[in-house]
Design a binder for this molecule. Structure first.
Ligand SMILES: Nc1ncnc2c1ncn2[C@@H]1O[C@H](COP(=O)(O)OP(=O)(O)OP(=O)(O)O)[C@@H](O)[C@H]1O
Ligand SMILES: [Mg+2]
Length: 317
């Protein structure tokens, strides 16, 4: 089986639905559901890929704490290999509290924790050398790793012949383009969402945003556009416009992480880029139908069945 390394942010999410307001004083609100998930553009994607039957090795940093133990427990439960996750003293495992609003929106309270101290020194060269795919998730939320360290990791992956993919967590900051553009020549697929690509490029047209990253050296750019689906442009002139699938919306946490998971899983099974993008889109939409970043995805077969039986949403172009 092809081997996938998923490197980057590891976050323990605690989600509750639905929350319209924090109760005043010391009040209690009774809500419908609370879940705890392995999340973030690396860990969330790892769980989804494992559910789709992939061989996934996690690379990232956790604290030496209960939250780290829980995160490892969740990853292991789905079959993600965790032997390369490093434990850092003096920092907690990264976590988010997500009170989901009745309309599916998700404000977040976040602690960066161990993701802030993950660096190239923590990257296992043997796992990279062994990998067919290296996915990096969470650029802009790993201050030590973002920048030259990410470039070094991508370079290592390319030198050993892996296909490289990257998703980001576009937290607004200074010099966003300057920080990320050096990664582009080492990326087979750069996969931000529309808002993030807008923040980095200062542009508003999706095609122009893609061209911006292609010009910087990316082989392909995937723009994830929520219910409007996704757009892929390639340096080879490829253009794919993939719709999203129609689901009853519960919570959009992790839709993009799931898109990445379906896409990489599809490529790793030898699917065409178009079919892999359709699998990605299905995974993203399935995750929108439940609470948490892995909700809705069961396995590869049921996801293929979902594709065959679910109407798509209008592209809105
Ligand atoms: N409301 C929705 N209904 C159906 N499908 C959706 C919806 N929102 C997202 N999706 C699916 O998930 C994919 C990725 O979602 P989105 O563009 O929101 O990514 P994202 O912003 O990176 O998400 P996140 O970073 O929160 O994981 C979309 O391309 C689409 O296929
Ligand atoms: Mg995203």
């Amino acid at each position: 089986m092809t081997k996938i390394v998923s490197m980057g942010v590891h976050i323990l999410d605690v989600l509750g639905r639905y929350v319209s307001e924090i109760p005043p004083g010391q009040g209690i609100s009774l809500i419908d559901e609370i879940r705890i998930t392995a999340a973030g553009t690396s860990a969330g994607t790892s769980v989804d890929m494992a559910k789709l039957g992939c061989d996934v090795t996690a690379v990232g940093a956790l604290g030496n704490d209960e939250m780290g133990n829980i995160l490892v427990g969740i990853l292991n439960r789905y079959g993600v290999k965790t032997q390369y996750l490093v434990r850092k003293d003096g920092v907690q495992t990264s976590g988010s509290i997500l009170p989901i609003r009745p309309n599916g929106e998700r404000p977040a309270l976040h602690v960066m924790g161990a993701n802030a101290v993950f660096s190239f020194e923590d990257v296992p060269h043997d796992a990279i050398a062994d990998a067919d795919f290296v996915h990096i998730g969470g650029f802009y939320l790993m201050p030590k790793f973002d920048g030259p360290d990410t470039v070094k990791a991508l370079k290592l992956a390319k030198e050993s012949g892996a296909i490289t993919t990257m998703d980001i967590l576009g937290v607004k900051q200074e010099n966003m383009a300057e920080k990320i553009l050096p990664c582009m020549p080492y990326l087979d697929y750069f996969m931000p969402n529309l808002e993030e690509a807008g923040m980095i490029t200062g542009l508003s047209d999706p095609e122009e945003m893609c061209q911006f990253f292609l010009k910087a050296g990316a082989q392909n750019v995937v723009l994830k556009m929520g219910e409007r689906g996704s757009l892929i442009l390639g340096a080879d002139g490829k253009r794919i416009r993939m719709p999203a699938f129609q689901v009853k919306l519960v919570d959009t946490t992790g839709c993009g992480d799931a898109w990445s998971a379906g896409f990489v899983a599809g490529l790793s099974r030898g699917m065409s880029v178009t079919d892999a993008a359709q699998l990605g889109s299905a995974c993203g939409s399935l995750v929108a139908s439940g609470l948490g970043s892995d909700a809705g995805i069961v396995d590869f077969e049921s996801t293929i069945k979902f594709i065959g039986t679910t109407p798509t949403l209008p592209l809105g172009d």
